[in-house]
Structure formats: structure tokens, C-alpha cells
Design a protein around this ligand. Sequence first.
Ligand code: PEP
Ligand code: MN
Length: 269
Amino acid sequence: MNEYIDSLRSQGKLNISIDKSKTFTWKYTKIAGPCSVEGPDIVDIARRIKSIGANAFRAGAYKPCTYPILNETNGWKEGLRQEGLDLLKIVKSETDMPIVTEVMDARMIDTVGEVADVFQIGTRNFQNYTLLDELGKTKKPVLLKRGTWGTIDEILGACERILVGGNENIAICLRGVVGMPSYRHVFSTIRWAPDIMMIPALKELTNIPVIYDPSHSTGYRNFVKPISRAAIAAGADGLILECHPNPSKSISDAAQAIDYNTLEDILNG
Ligand code: PEP
Ligand code: MN
């Protein structure tokens, strides 16, 4: 432990997250699915992804995009929203897969919670304290995605907010950060820098499980497998992967979506 972290502890600002005698349980280690729910074929997609070996299914019904999406395409406007949740309910009853899906707003916790087994907090809401405080009062697992700007103490501080509310069922998701635009003139879809070193850094301070997201952190499907391997080698407890039956046709995040064969290779290769 270092002096800075010790000072936060002595001020009562970080206690639970950095208690190394504490253990956390987290069973969702192979999370896969498309970026967003796009339509009724989501049920077949989930069946296939389950058969490949994922132990949780991801898909967003509510999708906060970088720029506002003004027009609907077949009902999709920053997600299928309630219709997306209804489809995820069918996925759950047909496949028995645990559902990981984003909740964007504290007022939506009950509605999203009707189908979500794991609440995903998106990078844009990493320090939305109203949302984190309310999720602390639930008992449901929370996958907290690191804000693209988040420092290590801010990551722990955000976790601590959920923990002090009484919910210890959490995992940190690393999904790439700002910086290093060195690839963009050649690989135009790369937006974030993979944050692999944060895995061992967090492991020094906390036992909170760390799930790595090689899809958003690379932004390019050809890099998803190597960065998945790197994350596991660096000590990640699991992966969350964007996978689509026809990757280049994904409504959102097409460039980073992998196909079923690549998913199979990453999970079982
Ligand atoms: C997502 O998982 O599809 C997503 C929107 O991720 P992030 O919040 O990390 O951008
Ligand atoms: Mn996405």
C-alpha cells in the first residue's frame, strides 16, 4: 500500500474496496453478445453464444451514444429501449442465460432490473453518484465500466460508493481510456487506448474482480483476440466481448464486433 492510498484510508474515504482480507464472488467471467439488441433474432444469437461457452449474455437495450442519434432505424434509437428489454426477457426465459445490460439512470433501476441479472454501468456514467448510490442499495451484481478518464483512486472511489451502500456484488470493467491517438490515421475506428496495466495495478490494492473489455478498448475486431489474451495473461478475471452474427452489419460498434468463430477461438482456443 502506498502513502496516498493510506491517507485516503485514514480519512475514511476508501475502506471496503482496499480491504485485502475481503473476498468478492463474481460468476460472470465469459460475457458475450452484440453491442445492442437489434431485433427478435437476439434469441437465436443468445442460443448460439451460450453453445459456444459464454456464461452470461450482454446486449444493450438503452445505448448512450457519443453523439445524439436523432432518427430511428426500425425502432432503434440509442437502442430499442423498452422493446429491447422485452426481447431480453424472452432471451432469458428461452436460454436461461444471465443477462448483462446497461442501466443509464437511477430512475430506470426497477425497470431494467426486471430483466438484468447484472447491471452494467456505462463508461459515461462511471461517476454518476446518484446512480451508484442507488445501485448500492440493491443486491444485484453491478459491472462498473471505468470512465475513459478514470484514475486508479477514482475507480476505487466509484466502487466504494456502491460498497458502502451494502452491495458487495461488484466487478470493475476496464474498457480503454483516452490518449494515444497514434493509430487513427491508419486504423480509423480505434478511439481508446487499451488499459492492460490497470489490471495488475488494481490487483495490488483490491480483490474486486476485474473484467476486461477488449472490444471497446481496441475498437477493431482484428485486435480483440490478442488483447483478450493479453488481459488474461495480465490477471483479468474475465472478459466481456461484443459478438454479432454478421459483425460488419451491427447497428452499433460494427468495427469491433467479432464473429462466432473468433468468439469460439477466444473462449475455447
Ligand atoms: C457497451 O458496452 O456497449 C458500451 C456502451 O460500453 P462503454 O460504456 O464502455 O462505452
Ligand atoms: Mn458497444
